[in-house]
Design a protein around this ligand. Sequence first.
Ligand SMILES: *Cc1c(COP(=O)(O)O)cnc(C)c1O
Length: 374
Amino acid sequence: MTGTTPLREAVIDLGAVRDNVRTLRERVGTEHVFAVVKANAYGHGAVPVARAALAGGADRLGVADLAEALELRSAGIVAPVLAWLHDSEPDFEKALRADIQIGISSQAQLDAVAEAAERAARPAAVHLKLDTGLSRNGVSPDAWPAVVRAARAAETAGLVRVAGVFSHLSGTSAEADTVQVDAFDRGLAEASRAGLDPEFVHLAASGAALTLPRARYNTVRLGIAIYGLSPFGDREPSEFGLRPAMTLRSRVIAARRIPEGQGVSYGHTYRAPTPTNLALVPVGYADGIPRQASGRAEVAIGGRRHPVAGRVAMDQFVVAVGENGVAVGDEVVLFGDPAQGVPSAEDWARAADTIGYEIVTRLGPRVTRRYIGE
Ligand SMILES: *Cc1c(COP(=O)(O)O)cnc(C)c1O
């Protein structure tokens, strides 16, 4: 590594994203696939990942909010984009002018989108979202019959085109999934009775897309799996032929040897059981490294895995390398593809009692992204 290498770097393999989408398309077999690139593509970089996912065979993009959708448009991405999580006073007119499809979770949103369509003098493509049991976003089952009828009326008036109907699973259990799929089927039947004929029907995110064929319909929304991480705490991405796209790396900026009994980092939660070599790594919780993983996670240095010693601080943590030699400038891989002998984002998640999603998404602004495999 040279002096110009960033202190902290996330290397994103866009070839992995492409391959993962291709692998998933083959496995899932639906006509349509959303690549979900919300939250800056789970920390991987929305625009480059969106391009790679489209190149791998996704035919549309999903994001949470309108600002994320507009960012894709500003970058010149023309693929269909759906945004489903809206402010209390969303600028739907701006979204329509940018040709963004809008997820609808209430009668109020449907009314607002119809008004915006009138002002913009162009019909809105909407996806109606039914709450089938997640109790988060989505039209409640009680309100659903009225909303689908109103949507049909707006469609007849030329203000709205109901392009899709969708919902989202809670991932609680096979039984809970079944209850939700049944509720979704009833919602679809109701939409159909109201005269709607949506082109895109979608319920499954990565988890159900991989393991619950009944939830696939003709479209799935794939997030975590395209990044090569697993939606399941107990199943590795490699089981599904997926490979992690992100490698988080840094380098050793100081090395020292401490005597037996010496404490390390704040609170001395680690004390060297024997004389020990230490390496200082300039990445901390400001960069998204969970403090919760203090004393539990491992990193790879020189092809070997070593434990984080003591507390993760804001800007740095210490690694205990025992009797192994370590030198200033040595590469440190925090996580990446476990097939290469390095810890995975899921390993960090287990060490921090969280999920792989959070590990990659929470990377802080000091971590630079570098793209390979374009
Ligand atoms: C984030 C999200 C997804 C993607 O979920 P993964 O588990 O990452 O595949 C799909 N649909 C909705 C509504 C989401 O919010």
